[in-house]
Ligand binder design. Structure first.
Ligand code: R5P
Length: 337
């Protein structure tokens, strides 16, 4: 007997959960996810989940009405409630996996927070993780569970192609050494050259550019990153690339956290357009013409559909490793409303 698929959502990115469910032609399961007066998280699953294949869609990120730690707590308590209500399998769909930057000790007496989050998810009964563009792919190893690390690349590349930001006029730029592999994938798909910016962080959340490797002079530069937090990395990289002769600078990043003054920093920068996806809910971006937000709901819907029917998820991105770039499936980009 097949298990019914039910999607639940916490409060960090309800619009994305709704869109994923809509694309799967199901509705989001009934659940009360709120706060007690004393600010503790309150969860009540509102329907029978006995034997269900349950998916909880929740970014570990701040939303318009929720902080990052409450997002995590909601995920943990929803999973615990589903486990105790006899769901057959619980999958955490985490479009943005928060705490991922704290994936190692950079000096003594620091926690490895990304591992703590992984332990918590396991302990409440989650049996599978679906996420997107983890800050460091090796975080998958923090879990002894299957992890599907989806990519926003097809959606982002499709948009860049549609905007004619491809071919030899364009250079894809990695804003740091850690992002070179990601930038290479974009450059290959878009048939562009590649450049690398080297940066250092003298203090947390402060960025300095030290060097650029590759030719940006006379080119349209597209900087590719996994996330935008304070916006410092992209603004500083754009400034350095422009000073080295790039004619225009665009940026793409999967996760738009837009922390602190990020929107002002990017609005005041020389960047033409800041392109991100809706893994993190941003309600006020539409007021800023420089910002474009693409929906990655279809990618998550496709992954959930494949998981429930035991089909390959990696095939979504690499149907045939030896296939030429042109034959890779390009998902339709949808500008988030
Ligand atoms: C760094 O390793 C990441 O890939 C991003 O470049 C970084 O997190 C962006 O942070 P911010 O926007 O604060 O410079």
């Amino acid at each position: 007997m097949s298990h019914p698929t039910i999607i639940f959502s916490g409060n960090s990115n309800q619009p994305l959960a709704d869109e994923v469910a809509k694309r799967l032609k199901i509705s989001v399961g009934k659940a009360l996810v709120s706060r007690f007066k004393n600010e503790e998280t309150r969860v009540e699953i509102g329907e029978n989940v006995r034997g269900a294949d349950a998916f909880i869609v929740q970014s570990i990120a701040r939303g318009p009405d929720i902080g990052v730690n409450d997002s995590l707590m909601e995920m943990l308590l929803m999973a615990d409630a589903l486990k105790r209500a006899s769901a057959s399998r619980i999958t955490a769909v985490i479009p943005y996996y928060g705490y991922a930057k704290q994936d190692k000790k950079t000096k003594g007496r620091e926690p490895i927070s990304a591992k703590v989050v992984a332990n918590l998810l396991k302990v409440v009964g989650i049996r599978r993780i679906v996420t997107m563009d983890l800050h460091a792919a090796q975080i998958q190893g923090f879990f002894d569970l299957p992890v599907d690390n989806l990519m926003a690349m097809p959606v982002l590349c499709n948009y860049l192609k549609k905007e004619n930001l491809c071919d030899e006029r364009v250079v894809i730029v990695s804003p740091d050494a850690g992002g070179v592999h990601r930038a290479e994938l974009f450059a290959k798909r878009l048939n562009t050259s590649l450049a690398i910016v080297f940066k250092r962080r003298p203090r947390p959340d402060v960025v300095e550019v030290t060097d650029i490797v590759g030719h940006v002079n006379g080119k349209i530069a597209v900087i590719v990153d996994d996330m935008i937090s304070t916006g410092g990395t992209l603004a500083k990289a754009a400034e350095a690339i422009k000073a080295s002769g790039a004619t225009q600078v665009y940026t793409v990043a999967t996760h738009g956290l837009f922390a602190g003054e990020a929107i002002d920093v990017l609005n005041d920068s020389c960047i033409e357009r800041v392109i991100s996806t809706n893994t993190v809910q941003n309600t006020d971006l539409s007021r800023h013409p420089k910002f474009v937000q693409l929906s990655i709901a279809q990618t998550f819907a496709d992954a959930i559909s494949r998981i429930t029917t035991n089909r390959s998820v990696s095939e979504l991105f690499y149907p045939d490793e030896s296939a030429p770039t042109e034959s890779l499936p390009i998902l339709e980009p949808v500008v988030a409303s």
